[in-house]
Write a protein that binds this ligand. Structure first.
Ligand code: FEO
Length: 393
C-alpha cells in the first residue's frame, strides 16, 4: 500500500495470537508493520513475524517485481519484527543489514552469520537516491539496540515500537482514513505494559526528536500517524512522565464477596464525593494488563484483597509486582482488606507503598470475617479521604 512518494506499507495483521510475548491478551489482534522505500536503492524498514512470511514476501514482490532489496534497516530486534531476517537474506542474498553495533550483534545472536552489514551511529545518514535516511539511537525504547530512522526527504519517522499500539489494522493503514478512537486504549495498554518501565529513555527520545519536523510516524504496530501526531506524542509524553488525571482505580480481589462488597462501598462513596472517573478491576477476572493501563491514567489507586495462606491474595501480589516493575511514580493510594484468622494486609501494603513512595491517604482497615457496619463506614471514610486528596491536587 503506497503511503507517500516511494514509501510503501508492507506490514501484516496477526488475528490469531492470543497472547503477545506470551503475556498480553490481544482481543483485537496486532499488526506487525514493515515499510519499503523503493528509491534508486531499495530499503526495507524492519520485517514481520516469520509466521506471516508468505504474505509478506508476496507484498514485497508485488511492489518490487524482480528488483533486489539493497538495505534492510533494523530499528528493533524483538522477534515480532526481526524473525523474518533470515528468510529475507535467503530471498535477497545481496541485501545489506543496517543497524547499530548492538543491533548487529543481536542479529548474529538470533539468526547466525549476518552477512553484509552496515553499522550506523547517531546522526549517520544513508542516501537512497531521492531519500536520505538519518539514524537516531533511542536505547531502551524498548530494547537496548532500539533506534529510529528519519526520512529527511518526506519527513517520515520510522519509530520502531514507539507510538505503537495493539490492534490489527482493519483495511486502512493511515489514521486519517479510519476511526482511530479504538486504538487509543490499546496504545495505553501497549505502552504501560511493554514500554512502561522505560519512562526515562522515552523522555530522552522525545527530547532528541523535539526539533525534528515529523509529518508522518510509521511505528511497528498500529496505524500510521499523520493527523494525530500531536495527540500520540502527547500521550507518550504523559505516560512516560507517569502523569495522570483525576480519577481512581479500585483494584480488588474477593473470594466470597466480602472484599467486593467493600470495594463497591468505596466506589459509591467516591461517586457521592464527585469523582467521575472511577474504574473497578476484579483481579480474578481482569487481566492485569488492563489494570496497569488504568493505573497509568489515574492519580488515585485503592487496593483491597483478602489474606490468603498468610500472604496477600495471589492476584494482588502479581499486580503489585507488575506496578513496581514499571516504576510507576506519583500515585496516591489507599488500601483495605479482609481476613479470617490472621491478616497480611497492613504490613505488606504499607511496606509496598513506602517502597514506591506512593502517598497513603485515609485510614487503612482490615475487615475480620463478615462485613459489618463498621467496615462499611471505614470504606466510606477511605473514599472521602481519597476524594479530598484528589480535589486538593
Ligand atoms: Fe514490537 Fe519490542 O517489539
Amino acid at each position: 500500500m503506497l503511503l507517500r512518494g516511494k514509501v510503501y506499507y508492507v506490514g501484516v495483521n496477526d488475528r490469531h495470537k492470543d497472547l503477545f510475548e506470551g503475556l498480553w491478551p490481544l482481543p483485537f489482534g496486532v499488526s506487525y508493520n514493515s515499510y519499503l522505500i523503493a528509491d534508486e536503492k531499495v530499503a526495507l524498514v524492519d520485517t514481520v513475524e516469520v509466521d506471516f512470511f508468505p504474505r509478506y514476501i508476496q507484498k514485497l514482490r508485488d511492489i518490487l517485481g524482480e528488483r533486489p532489496i539493497d538495505y534492510l534497516i533494523v530499528n528493533h530486534m524483538e522477534p515480532d519484527h526481526s524473525s523474518s531476517i533470515a528468510l529475507i537474506r535467503k530471498y535477497y542474498p545481496s541485501v545489506t543489514i543496517v543497524g547499530n553495533k548492538k543491533t548487529l550483534s543481536m542479529v548474529e545472536g538470533y539468526y547466525g552469520e549476518a552477512g553484509s552489514t552496515l553499522t550506523v551511529a547517531e546522526g549517520d545518514v544513508l542516501p537512497l537516491g531521492h531519500h536520505q535516511l538519518k539514524f537516531y539511537l533511542t536505547p531502551m525504547v524498548h530494547w537496548p539496540e532500539t533506534m529510529m530512522t528519519f526520512d529527511e526527504t518526506d519527513h517520515i519517522l520510522f519509530s520502531g515500537d514507539a507510538f505503537g499500539c495493539f490492534g490489527a489494522l482493519n483495511g486502512a493503514v493511515v489514521d486519517a482514513k479510519m476511526d482511530v478512537q479504538p486504538f487509543f486504549p490499546e496504545m495505553r495498554r501497549y505502552y504501560s505494559n511493554i514500554v512502561g518501565k522505560y519512562g526515562g529513555p522515552v523522555q530522552r527520545a522525545l527530547q532528541k526528536l523535539a526539533a525534528v519536523d515529523i509529518q508522518m510516524i510509521c511505528s511497528t504496530h498500529g496505524p500510521v500517524w499523520t493527523e494525530y501526531i500531536g495527540e500520540v506524542v502527547a500521550e507518550y509524553d504523559r505516560m512516560s512522565l507517569y502523569q495522570a488525571k483525576k480519577g481512581v482505580v479500585i483494584a480488588y480481589a474477593s473470594m466470597y464477596g466480602n472484599t467486593e462488597e467493600m470495594a463497591e462501598a468505596v466506589a459509591e462513596e467516591l461517586a457521592v464525593k464527585g469523582i467521575t472517573h472511577i474504574v473497578m478491576h476484579d483481579l480474578s477476572r481482569t487481566h492485569y494488563s488492563y489494570t496497569l493501563s488504568d493505573i497509568f491514567s489515574y492519580q488515585g489507586l485503592i487496593v483491597g484483597c483478602p489474606t490468603y495462606n498468610g500472604r496477600l491474595y495471589p492476584y494482588m501480589e502479581s499486580l503489585l509486582r507488575e506496578i513496581a516493575g514499571r516504576e510507576v511514580k506519583g500515585r496516591v493510594m489507599g488500601y483495605f482488606g479482609s481476613y479470617t484468622w490472621v491478616s497480611a494486609i497492613d504490613k505488606n501494603l504499607k511496606d509496598w507503598a513506602e517502597k514506591l513512595k506512593f502517598e497513603l491517604v485515609g485510614q487503612p482497615f482490615e475487615n475480620k470475617q463478615g462485613v459489618g457496619a463498621d467496615s462499611l463506614e471505614s470504606c466510606r471514610a477511605l473514599a472521602d479521604a481519597m476524594a479530598d486528596k484528589l480535589e486538593a491536587m
